[in-house]
Design a protein. Structure first.
Length: 803
DNA sequence: GAGTTTGAAACT
DNA sequence: CAGTTTCAAACTC
């Protein structure tokens, strides 16, 4: 007798038998994430960040003149167009549905020298924000002078029209320093971002003298595509809004302390745009990397909007502040964290205005430490140095949400975030751009001109940084490719620009960025100065999200935030984020491994140990060097060591697959020892895992019941569900379609889709009814039983309880 | 809570 | 690649 009859099989989903899907998954996704025709397993791996759905372009036009640019952008290169908004009177901002990920808005104060560029800078007007449309409720970031109003525009074209009309709903006024973003399409849903008045701020006293001081403070705007709203985790002054779920958009608006009156305000907005949305024609890589605005650069690579004001001097100075935000798997989350300086009391105390964006599920949490300005976004600037560019890199993750991480550096160093293509990991490199002097403004067009690579240029003040915006897929390759996708090449227009390279100590790691633990942020090693990387587990991010007010002390690498245990995680094991969140990871108990082996779940998940019971733990920032080495070692051993083992099956399937399969021998894959079982995987990809459960249509005869090839007698050939032993599988040769259905036996049953597994499992010695009992109400089970009964009229009834 | 079992990871 | 050892979690008592 053999396996399931055709009839029975017909009931079963095909994909179950398919074992290849997992392996086939190409790790390197094609540059264009644009359309993934297939929800291949890889992409579907829950762990991966979701690919943004559609990208929309935001066009910011300072003037009617600028409108022209916008059109050109939208038409020719919908993908990215950086926008810079000069501080000039009003800047209409149009958001088009097109792709351009990055917006750069610089409402520079008149005082700011750099802000000379006005309309020209605006060129990159089009910004694509897929989620914008979803914006329903206007939000204001903070009160005070600065306001940003975002209006959706139905189409980029509409924006033009609106501009031409001269009555652009979006107006940025310097005096008010308001940014109005209006989506053209939807009149009713403007988004207004207001920056708190400096005057309101407790810290104002310092800069009280500045007339300019009222000027805008930092502003963080996130445009997320998702409809869902996420409350902004309490950050003091910060507000976060997510417009689009799918696309991550992080807008950092750093406002600097009023100390410098004239300093321009910087907004940094980083959007991640789905590659999918991008038209193939557009050279723009699907992934948007964060950018820093430079005043000079007329055309900025799209996708990031930086609004920054150099005003605040104090912010950077905060030593020791480290914020690592690693985007976790949770789709469409944007996390912005600003480190609050312990010193500045008043500033933080300033009212925090959470901004809820109806659209976005993304959450931005920002804490700012800056003394004066209550509202501060992650940007930290050294007083001496004008600006610390904060770079956020959006991850163009294949499937899921992408993270954006904004890390304010306490120290001068600039933060560069790196997206790893296709991976959920976000890396940030902190670069100390000490050379304020060198800050020559970015070579305007020239720098931006690079189509292939999208460098991030930070022109603010002295420091400039260029970070290539690389589509997630191409991230690994630093060298520019002739690829159509532009982003890959990193161009450093300025000497200060730096390629994202691994710190000296661990050059080898670089190639494996993609494999780094999820949510990893590369930050300067504590002792390493500029060079080193610190790998910050996603944990921090989640912690931050959960406890918005947590401040990271610079000195202590790791805040022992007691309460935060749940780590934002990738939807591990195919579990939904909600599921995972509901299940905080268990604290590890490692004693000998120093939590630097994959034995340690924390480490294996790319997380720092937090509230664990481990001894001699090195899985923390304080031992970043060791940790990096350990990571490297693991990656050397297995490049996919940190990749999720459990992924979804084919598209639409709820099945989970284990990429490798277990090696269970004694547990029958029915214990939590089994990774598959533990992960509720019922489709095991491994050819030789412990048990193979099949449904047999028995003959009713005694004797050998299982596969003839196995040569092993089993039980009576009564049909039913059996589990082939490992040996059987190997001998039988037929078992390559391994099905691990163990979880069906108990825990996962309720969740099973009706189409369920064709095979239900029991150990071969177990009678069916023991299985069926818990499934009595399962239609699929009844169906199978019915089939078996028909085929085996002489079956013992107890084996197949009546449906 | 101590001891055992188990399988993944690490090691040889 | 196979066999062994180490490790931490799961499990049992």
């Amino acid at each position: 007798m053999d396996v399931v009859s055709p009839e029975l099989n017909s009931l079963l989903p095909d994909e179950i038998m398919d074992t290849e899907a997992i392996e086939d998954i190409p790790q390197s996704q094609p540059e264009s994430t644009t359309s993934q025709s297939e929800p291949s397993d890889d992409t579907s791996v829950p762990m991966e960040t979701d690919t943004p759905m559609a990208s929309e372009n935001l066009g910011l036009c300072s003037d009617a003149t600028s409108t022209e640019h916008t059109q050109a952008l939208t038409t020719s290169t919908a993908t990215d167009s950086p926008l810079s908004i000069s501080p000039g009177s009003r800047l209409p901002i149009s958001v088009s549905s097109t792709s351009s990920p990055i917006l750069t808005l610089k409402p520079a104060l008149a005082t700011s020298t750099a802000t000379t560029k006005t309309t020209d800078s605006v060129t990159g007007t089009s910004v694509t924000t897929s989620g914008l449309q979803k914006l329903t409720a206007p939000f204001t970031i903070s009160a005070a002078n600065h306001q940003i109003i975002l209006n959706k525009v139905a189409s980029s074209q509409a924006t033009e029209a609106a501009k031409s009309a001269g009555t652009t709903p979006q107006v940025i006024k310097q005096e008010g320093q308001k940014l109005l973003l209006t989506t053209i399409g939807k009149s009713g849903q403007p988004i207004v971002l207001q920056l708190p008045h400096t005057g309101n701020k407790p810290g104002i006293s310092q800069t009280a003298g500045d007339a300019k001081s009222p000027a805008p403070q930092f502003k963080v705007v996130t445009i997320g595509g998702r409809p869902e709203l996420k409350p902004v985790v309490g950050s003091v002054g910060n507000q976060v809004t997510t417009l689009q779920a799918q696309q991550l958009k992080t807008v950092q608006i750093a406002k600097k302390t009023p100390a410098s009156s004239a300093a321009p305000i910087k907004f940094i907005i980083t959007k991640t745009v789905n590659s999918k949305s991008l038209s193939p024609q557009t050279s723009v890589p699907p992934v948007i990397a964060g950018r820093v605005l430079t005043q000079t650069s007329p055309v900025i690579p799209p996708r990031t909007i930086n609004l920054s004001e150099p005003h605040n001097t104090s912010i950077q100075s905060l030593p020791g502040k480290k914020i690592a935000i690693s985007p976790l798997k949770t789709p469409s989350k944007v996390t912005v964290v600003s480190v609050a300086s312990p010193t500045s009391n008043a500033a933080q105390k300033s009212v925090a205005l959470p901004v809820n964006v109806a659209l976005g599920q993304q959450i931005l949490t920002v804490q700012q430490s800056t003394s004066a300005s209550p509202v501060k976004v992650a940007t930290s600037q050294s007083a001496a140095q004008n600006i610390k560019p904060v770079q956020s890199v959006a991850v163009g993750g294949v499937g899921g949400s992408q993270f954006k991480t904004i890390i304010p550096l306490a120290t001068q160093p600039n933060v560069q975030q790196i997206q790893v293509p296709g991976s959920r990991f976000h890396y940030v490199r902190l670069v100390t751009a000490t050379t304020a002097s060198s800050t020559g403004q970015p070579s305007g067009p020239s720098t931006s001109s690079i189509q292939t690579a999208k460098p991030m240029v930070v022109s603010t003040g002295a420091v400039r940084m260029s970070v290539p915006i690389v589509p997630p897929q191409t991230m690994k390759q630093v060298a520019p490719k002739p690829l159509t996708s532009a982003a890959q090449v990193v161009t450093t227009t300025q000497t200060q620009q730096r390629l994202i390279m691994p710190a000296t100590p661990l050059p080898q790691i670089q190639p494996n960025f993609t494999n780094l633990p999820p949510g990893t942020v590369l930050a300067p090693a504590p002792g390493g100065g500029n060079v080193g990387y610190a790998v910050v587990p996603a944990q921090y991010v989640t912690q931050l999200q959960q406890s918005p007010f947590v401040t990271l002390a610079s000195s202590s690498g790791f805040p022992a935030s007691a309460g935060i245990q749940t780590q934002a995680r990738l939807p591990l094991n195919g579990l939904s984020a909600a599921e995972t969140t509901s299940r905080p990871r268990k604290p590890c108990n490692c004693t000998k491994s120093q939590c630097l082996k994959l034995y340690c779940d924390c480490f294996a998940n790319g997380e720092f140990c937090n509230n664990c019971n481990c001894n001699n733990c090195f899985n923390n920032l304080e031992h970043e060097t060791e940790r990096l080495k350990a990571i490297k070692t693991c990656l050397d051993r297995n490049p996919e060591a940190f990749k999720p083992k459990i992924g979804k099956g084919k598209e639409g399937e709820s099945d989970r697959r284990h990429s490798k399969g277990c090696n269970c021998k004694r547990s029958g894959c029915l214990k939590n020892y089994c990774e598959c079982y533990e992960a509720a995987v019922y489709v095991c990809n491994k050819g030789g895992f412990g048990s193979d459960v099949r449904v047999f249509a028995g003959t009713g005869q005694k004797g050998r019941t299982d596969s003839p090839a196995s040569g092993r007698g089993r039980e009576d050939d009564l049909g039913g569900v059996r589990t082939l032993s490992h040996e059987d599988n190997q001998l039988g040769g037929e078992s390559q379609s391994r099905l691990c259905l163990y979880q069906l036996l108990g825990r996962a049953l309720p969740a099973l889709p009706p189409t369920l597994p064709r095979l239900w499992g029991l150990r071969h010695t177990t009678s069916l009814h023991s299985v069926s009992d818990p499934w009595g109400s399962c239609p699929a089970w009844k169906q199978v039983v019915s089939v078996i009964r028909r085929q085996n009229s002489n079956l013992e009834t107890d084996r197949f309880p009546p449906p």
